[in-house]
Ligand binder design. Structure first.
Ligand SMILES: [Zn+2]
Ligand SMILES: [Zn+2]
Length: 324
């Protein structure tokens, strides 16, 4: 089997990788970039280069299978454009399937869930408008696409194996190919993969993520991991442990902040933790802190302070404090 990495500028400041698998069943592409700007052209040009520079007989038109590691736009957004020059069967995990097949519905429902979360997190009306606009921006160029088959945990297909790793995204799969693991956005070499609250989307959240991180760390014999972003990972098991420790530290930092500065909403805690972030990063920071605060609450380390208000009002901000 041969694995080639082809990359594209998924969004300004974000490079995403796709992987061409040859010798594992029909010619297969893992992920398709974002579809934003000329990212699809970049991927198709990359596939052409594989043919020209490495003497492979396979070009973009020969692809017969596309596997989507998870339902985030930087991994599947290019699918519609790709399906023009390419005729391939598409596979994704069942938990992320509806993001592809009923995309327009998904955006409306997810936006509603996000709005509900903003209220509960204590985000002011003006800030909510700004964040929802940013959230909608990256989603406009994408349309629904049909899915042909499902990937499931432990499933084998032409010598490759899928491992469901929920958390960063509900239906995320890592793909094991001999001693190589395509680790998607579950394990990245530099960035600790982004977490968001399970109250927005089921099967995300830090609890699922940490469990899936533990699970992937037990897969034996990973010599090389290739993520959806950044460079190859040659110290996979150390990196898994580093990410775990990073979350432990973040949980501790949040608890320390609660102790030092008193009760807070998720929004206030985000301002305490990340006072200088702007733009898109405000949303990422709020989701990240939200995921950690929810985890602490689920595990009894935090309590809700404004219970009377919560009982009385429709969807008020929750104000958390440290458990006695
Ligand atoms: Zn992702
Ligand atoms: Zn990604």
């Amino acid at each position: 089997m041969r694995i080639y990495r082809v990359s594209c500028q998924a969004f300004p400041g974000l490079v995403a990788h796709a992987y061409l698998l040859l010798g594992a069943g029909p010619p297969t592409l893992v992920d398709t970039g974002s579809g934003y700007g000329d990212s699809t052209q970049q991927l198709l040009a990359g596939l052409e280069r594989v043919r020209a520079e490495f003497g492979e007989s396979v070009g973009p038109r020969d692809l017969r299978r596309i596997l989507i590691t998870h339902g985030h736009i930087d991994h599947f957004g290019g699918l519609v454009q790709m399906q023009g020059p390419v005729t391939a069967e598409v596979g994704i995990h069942s938990l992320d399937r509806w993001v592809l097949t009923t995309y327009e519905e998904r955006v409306i429902v997810a936006t509603k869930a996000l709005r509900f979360f903003f209220h509960r997190a204590g985000v002011g009306a003006d800030a909510q408008r700004g964040l929802l606009e940013l959230y909608g921006f990256s989603k406009r160029h994408v349309k629904s696409v049909p899915v042909d088959f499902m990937l499931s945990d432990g499933q084998e297909l032409d010598g490759i194996r899928f491992i469901n790793t929920p958390g960063h995204c509900p239906g995320q799969v890592c793909i094991q190919i001999g001693d190589v693991l395509l680790s998607a956005d579950h394990v990245l070499p530099r960035t600790t993969p982004h977490q968001s609250p399970e109250s927005i989307t089921a099967s995300t959240g830090l609890g699922h993520y940490l469990q899936a991180l533990k699970h992937i760390g037990t897969v034996p014999g990973v010599r090389l991991a290739l993520g959806g972003h950044e460079e190859p990972i040659t110290n996979f098991y150390d990196r898994v442990e580093e990410i775990r420790v990073d979350h432990e530290r973040k949980l501790q930092r949040i608890l320390d902040r609660f102790r030092a500065s008193g009760p807070a909403t998720m929004q206030e805690m985000t301002e305490r933790m990340y006072p200088t972030v702007t733009g898109w990063n405000v949303l990422l920071a709020l989701e990240e802190v939200g995921a950690h605060v929810e985890y602490l609450y689920e595990h009894g380390a935090l309590r809700v302070e404004n219970l009377e208000q919560v009982e009385r009002e429709e969807n008020p901000p929750l104000r958390f404090r440290v458990s006695a």
